[in-house]
Design a protein around this ligand. Structure first.
Ligand SMILES: [Zn+2]
Length: 85
């Protein structure tokens, strides 16, 4: 059975960026865009290799990459509020 939970991902400025279904434990390195349950940044529309920014403070959130044929955001750990599960 697949385990996981919905987590909230905040920018360091406090803005709620995403809600995401995270499978398993451990540090969040990347998010699969298809698995976002709430997207307050608009990642559905962005192109591969673009660098989305926080809508509130305009900090760089990371880079969009293809991972196993699926678009994903590789998080900029300096911008994302740390997440513990
Ligand atoms: Zn921000």
């Amino acid at each position: 059975m697949r385990t996981g939970k919905i987590i909230e991902i905040h920018c360091k400025c406090g803005y709620l960026l995403f809600r995401y279904f995270k499978a398993g434990k451990g540090r969040l390195i990347k998010v699969l865009i298809s698995r976002l349950t709430d997207d307050h940044v608009g990642l559905q529309k962005v192109a591969t290799h673009s660098r989305p920014a926080c809508p509130q403070c305009a900090k760089d959130l990371g880079i969009i990459m293809m991972i196993h044929g699926e678009p994903a955001l590789k998080l900029n750990q300096g911008t994302i509020e740390s997440i513990r599960i």
